[in-house]
Design a protein around this ligand. Structure first.
Ligand SMILES: Nc1ncnc2c1ncn2[C@@H]1O[C@H](COP(=O)(O)OP(=O)(O)OP(=O)(O)O)[C@@H](O)[C@H]1O
Ligand SMILES: [Mg+2]
Length: 239
């Protein structure tokens, strides 16, 4: 298949999936708004409940639309930013700072286990920040309170960012599937874990535009370790 055809197919699939995913939150927003309009004299508490539902679903829509845009950009071209040579520690530190409050709120210990080894390499900084953020965000959300999330870097022929957690783990049968678009696993059943299954698809695509890859190792009930592997050499010009 030619590159152009492949991208076109990916685009079609993305639009079809995204449209499907948009329907549920839109239907919920429409019916909540109708309920509010049909009973203008209902108690403030009831009205508030419907407004909260609308706000939550609107947030979900916003995230879905921005994830979809982001993925279609990554599919069709290189990221809209220049390659920069910088230490991977900088990227990880930014993410850890941003997600610290979320970890605290969920009573997760967030450990920085990076060393000071030379981990400078050519990267697309915002794309990589987004990918690491998606991994750490998952680790925090899917790990039960009291658990630990640790981030480290290994350097060798490649450079690897490792995100380890003490969460529920992932069944071997799901190791491949979870990186597909819109695929969510059983863990999302946990009451407050909302999402659309785009996080890991973005991580996979970001790894690819760097000429790298993503791997997962996991022992169900014990935890997971996601490895974002980047080559030392600069990413290829064309993908
Ligand atoms: N650290 C983890 N521990 C256990 N399960 C995980 C972990 N990370 C991902 N998963 C499983 O993989 C599925 C896909 O993850 P992904 O990040 O792509 O989507 P999501 O988190 O469900 O939604 P989104 O990231 O779009 O908010 C999740 O629904 C979850 O079941
Ligand atoms: Mg996620």
């Amino acid at each position: 298949m030619t590159e152009a055809r492949r991208t076109e197919n990916l685009g079609r699939e993305l639009v079809a999936n995204a449209s499907h995913e948009l329907r549920t939150p839109l239907a919920v927003i429409a019916s909540s708004a109708e309920t509010l309009m049909a009973s203008p004299d209902s108690p403030a508490r009831d009205r508030r409940e419907f407004l909260e539902i609308i706000a939550r679903q609107a947030d979900r829509l916003e995230r879905l639309v921005s994830d979809t845009l982001h993925l279609s950009q990554l599919d069709s071209s290189m990221p809209h930013e220049a390659l920069q040579k910088m230490p991977l520690q900088d990227v990880v530190n930014d993410v850890m700072t941003a997600l610290k409050p979320a970890a605290q709120q969920r009573e997760i210990r967030l450990l920085n286990e990076m060393g000071t080894e030379d981990a400078r390499t050519e990267i697309y900084p915002s794309a990589l920040r987004q990918a690491v953020s998606n991994l750490v965000d998952n680790a925090i959300r899917y790990t039960q309170a009291g658990g630990t999330v640790a981030v480290s870097i290994e350097t060798g022929d490649d450079m690897t960012i490792l995100v380890r957690d003490t969460g529920p783990g992932i069944q071997p049968a799901d190791h491949k599937r979870i990186f597909e678009r819109f695929v969510r696993g059983p863990q999302r059943a946990a009451e407050d874990v909302e999402g659309s299954g785009m996080g890991l698809a973005i991580v996979k695509r970001v790894a690819e535009v760097h000429g790298g890859r993503i791997e997962v190792e996991s022992t169900p009930e014990k935890g997971s370790c996601f490895k974002l592997i980047l080559p030392r050499k600069a990413p290829p010009d064309t993908l």
